[in-house]
Design a binder for this molecule. Structure first.
Ligand SMILES: *Cc1c(COP(=O)(O)O)cnc(C)c1O
Length: 439
């Protein structure tokens, strides 16, 4: 369920007609629905009722401050993958004590920032990272709360670019390595073992891969208990899929029930890291038709949104529903590719779509654009990034203004102020000393 519906023949965001928002804020425009965001969060939260748990929104799906604030007000935790994301959570009023920090490549400065801020846990993804966390924590005189991200080697049956729990993916550590690393961590004064974490992939449309991954990891938790290492929380990760087109993902209730059942014997806190399922269908991208054209037998609708705004079709061959904001009844229809202005043939939002005969100025609504939409946008072709608006009932608020021409060159310099660098300044480490550091 979402709050982008037809009312009096016009698509609305909650109580506001999309053409009004396009007029006021311009296009391309991301529009988010507060009611949908809140509803999705609460449904997922309730699905684990009776279990000690924390829903940690994975902010990389959509990290706009207004969205983070909306979830923070509901008591949400957050899953982050960079120091930049931690900064965002804090800016939005989120609590560091509810932040889970994941990712295979955390830098020293990011680790230090997270430890100083007091995050709930660092999800460590390799032996080398565990050693690094210990060093940074020691340097700060802190004890680092850690969990190991285990790679349970299950196939989530999703797009290969978003499968993260396969045996040979770059994420996490194997169950065998985890046993060894937990033993090391338990003996390290600078580390405090808090829990275990998983995240097997994204846009998963079946329950089985989740429960299988949980079952495999529970084996590890039991083994650790035998060795006197207590796992206080079990983080099942994110990855629940949504309906873009004809997918039939499990309802969050069914997913929650399955997680609950799989973890019935686990004595501790359960963490979830949902991203897409909370925000995906809570946002749309509104775009205006610039031109229509025909090349050979193919029709094109050229719109003002591009792969720079929504890269998922170009990147994953993803499908997003595209519909006119003001549908025409019984009109003539065409089959057309909906494409953007960027100089790449992969710059399309939809291919072979059945649409009414459109004219320049008409508005189209690209659905399910709330997750990995704006968050993955770029300035390629020196295009300004779109504005983002958050709607709540009959009120709207500009959550991010459209970028200006000045924004597009900020930080650049055309007048050279060269510095001279001498070759002597480079310190070349010997192989032997490099070996020591990584040991
Ligand atoms: C991306 C990510 C998530 C969220 O994934 P969704 O498919 O959007 O739910 C959760 N946890 C981690 C570690 C991630 O990297």
């Amino acid at each position: 369920m979402n709050h982008f519906q037809l009312q009096d023949g016009v698509l609305h965001a909650e109580e506001i007609p999309l053409p009004r928002l396009a007029e006021e804020y311009g296009t391309p425009l991301f529009v988010y629905s507060t009611a949908t965001l809140k509803r999705h969060w609460k449904v997922l939260d309730r699905s684990l009722a009776g279990l000690k748990h924390l829903v940690c929104y994975a902010i990389k799906a959509n990290s706009n401050l207004a969205i983070l604030r909306t979830f923070a007000e509901l008591g949400s935790g957050f899953d982050i993958v960079s120091g930049g994301e931690l900064y965002r959570v804090l800016q939005a009023g989120g609590k560091a004590s509810k932040v889970v920090y994941s990712g295979v490549g955390k830098r020293d400065d990011e680790l230090a920032f997270a430890l100083e801020a007091g995050v709930k846990v660092l999800d460590v993804e390799s032996a080398a990272e565990l050693a690094r966390v210990s060093i940074v924590a020691r340097r700060l005189g802190k004890r680092a709360p850690i969990a190991l991200r285990v790679n349970p080697a299950v196939d989530p049956k999703t797009h290969p670019y978003i499968a993260t729990g396969l045996k040979e993916s770059k994420f996490g550590v194997s169950v065998e390595d985890a046993l060894r690393l937990y033993a090391l961590a338990a003996k390290d004064e600078a580390l405090e073992v808090k829990g275990v974490a998983l995240h097997i992939g994204s846009q998963i449309t079946e329950v089985a891969p989740f429960t299988e991954a949980i079952a495999r990891t529970l084996g590890l938790v039991k083994e650790l208990a035998k060795q006197g290492i207590r796992i206080g929380h079990f983080d099942v990760g994110g990855g629940l899929g949504i309906q873009y087109h004809d997918e039939e993902p499990p309802h969050p209730d069914a997913y929650g029930a399955a997680v609950k059942k799989a973890l019935a014997r686990f004595d501790g806190e359960v963490l979830l890291e949902p991203g897409r399922v909370l925000v995906g269908n809570a946002g749309v991208l509104v775009t205006r038709v610039l031109y229509t054209k025909r090349n050979g037998r193919r029709n094109f609708v050229v719109v003002d949104a591009a792969m720079t705004d929504l890269v998922r079709p170009a990147f994953y061959g993803a499908h997003h529903e595209i519909e006119p904001v003001v549908p025409v009844e019984d009109g003539e229809e065409v089959v057309a590719d909906v494409v953007g202005p960027v100089c790449e043939s992969s710059d399309f939002l939809g291919k072979k779509r059945r649409l009414p005969a459109l004219e320049p100025g008409d508005l189209l609504c690209v659905r399910s654009a709330g997750a990995y939409g704006f968050a993955m946008s770029s300035n390629y072709n020196t295009r300004a990034r779109a504005a983002e608006v958050l709607v709540d009932g009959d009120e709207a608020f500009l959550a991010r203004r459209r970028e200006t021409l000045a924004d597009l060159v900020r930080g650049e310099s055309a007048t050279p102020r060269a510095r001279r660098f001498t070759k002597a300044a480079v310190r070349v480490k010997s192989r032997a000393s490099r070996g020591r550091r990584n040991a």
